[in-house]
Design a protein around this ligand. Structure first.
Ligand code: ATP
Ligand code: MG
Length: 128
């Protein structure tokens, strides 16, 4: 498993190599999230950014980390071509795999189209 903070270091390098600007907002040092949930989040962000590089033709990619009292929202956004077509889950395994792993930790994923692609990932905080 991998911590979000470490994954974001690799993501920064990956996007730099692809010549896509990277903007990070929020603190990747998670304090209220279980390790299993953090591992799922790292995997999801890695796949989301791989998709940005492979499919979007974007100039920039934003990752926002927003904790609240009850959950954690992570948004991965690009300003590329956007996801086209209807059955987006049938084209590959990445998005479907993200959805399944998130379900396992009671998380959700919403895909917003317009001005590129925005993935909104929500997971519950761990109770301490
Ligand atoms: P795999 O992830 O299995 O290697 P894949 O990347 O094609 O293959 P998904 O990750 O499930 O599969 O994505 C499904 C499809 O959605 C992609 O084939 C692509 O057409 C589209 N897509 C996904 N992310 C983006 C994005 N950020 N911008 C534009 N299109 C996207
Ligand atoms: Mg993919």
């Amino acid at each position: 498993g991998i911590r979000l903070e470490e994954e974001l270091i690799r993501i920064r390098q990956f996007l730099q190599a692809a010549e896509i600007d990277f903007l990070l907002e929020g603190n990747p040092k998670l304090t209220n999230t279980s390790l299993i949930t953090e591992n799922v989040l790292s995997m999801c962000i890695k796949e989301a950014v791989t998709n940005v590089v492979k499919h979007s033709n974007a100039m920039a990619c934003w990752i926002m980390i927003q904790p609240s009292r009850t959950d954690l929202t992570i948004t991965v956004k690009d300003n590329g071509t956007g996801i086209s077509g209807d059955n987006i889950y049938s084209k590959g395994h990445g998005l479907q795999g993200m959805r399944e792993r998130l379900e396992f930790v009671n998380g959700t994923m919403d895909i917003v189209k317009g001005g590129g692609t925005t993935l909104v990932i929500r997971v519950p905080n761990a109770f301490k």
